[in-house]
Design a protein around this ligand. Sequence first.
Ligand code: SAM
Length: 253
Amino acid sequence: MEFKHSHALGQNFLTDKNLLSAIVADAGVLPSDTVVEVGAGMGALTRPLAQTGARVIAFEIDTRLEEYLRPLEAEFPNLTVIFGDFMKSSPEVIPGKFKAVANLPYYITTPVLFRFLEDERCESVTVMVQKEVAERIVAPPGGKDYGVLSVSCQLSGKPRITRIVGRQMFSPPPNVDSAVAHIEVLNAVRDEKVRAVVKSAFAMRRKTLSNCLASSGYDKAKISSALMALGLDPSVRGERLSPNQFIKLAELL
Ligand code: SAM
């Protein structure tokens, strides 16, 4: 029987072998790596990942896909497929450092990205996401696309879009185009203080940074002196600050 794709689970599958190998190349997977894939689907990306010789741990929520993924697991001793919701999985099923590589289901892109960025064992993230999300990931300060996701990814290193992928490359085709984003993960994003400052800075888009921080409970006098020390106008908005300025602001507060 033909497989009935679930829209709710974001089941837009890839088939183009050149594109799939290009994604694996974008991720820079080495045989000595451990790779975590979220959403293995029918194994289109899982196969070239396993072919690198790396240890691959692939998550898939839909048990109807066992029919495709169990044989793949039998073919590659370096592949483990875990059936279940990645967001509910225990971190211990990943044994140590890893690279995340995935064609992410759209409905859950941001929480999965944050889970990777905040996991201190994650070395890099290479993910297919909606083009508009990839644009937010790399957005420079000041524009409408710049927000918590941009700062968090940019605190993590220098994210880049490695390729734009048209909707026609997916089966079934979604309503939007996609892009592959690659992020080398560094440590700043894992600093709780920095994360808290970034989240409150963008909590209320039309308020000044100072008001946002005060509403989150930061001391008003400290906020003013920190802004002054950074040479920032007291009425500056969060979207004007670079990731580095957020790190300094968190130190001063
Ligand atoms: N990797 C395959 C490909 O590129 O053809 C499939 C990608 S498809 C965009 C996303 C996959 O994620 C679907 O197979 C879907 O069932 C699975 N998925 C959705 N939510 C999930 C979750 N919470 N945990 C694990 N897998 C999930």
